[in-house]
Design a protein around this ligand. Structure first.
Ligand SMILES: [Zn+2]
Length: 98
């Protein structure tokens, strides 16, 4: 079951016709995975969350810069991330400043 985007406040879900792609956490690369989790900043998953739990999680392409993708386009969807890619845009505006 696709779980949608793990980033708090992001409501993207897999939808047909949407040019958003979903990317699994790099569970094989522990260092990078920790970095992702730190940036994602979701209270339900932390740097110590087990691999079994996070391996099914995905975040959507909205949180990556254009240069995080390897340039190959599959239709309108940029679905291939570079092996070094780390999400950048995980803070959403909630309407007021904290
Ligand atoms: Zn998202």
């Amino acid at each position: 079951m696709p779980s949608g985007c793990l980033v708090p406040g992001c409501t993207e879900k897999s939808r047909l016709g949407q040019s958003v792609s979903f990317h699994g956490l790099p569970v094989k690369d522990a260092q990078r995975c920790k970095l992702w989790l730190r940036v994602i900043n979701n209270h339900r998953v932390g740097e110590d969350t087990g691999k079994e739990i996070i391996k099914g999680k995905t975040i959507c392409s909205l949180h990556f810069k254009l240069e995080d993708f390897d340039g190959r386009l599959f239709g309108k969807i940029r679905s291939a991330l570079k092996p070094t890619a780390v999400p950048s845009y995980c803070r959403f505006r909630y309407g007021r400043r904290g």
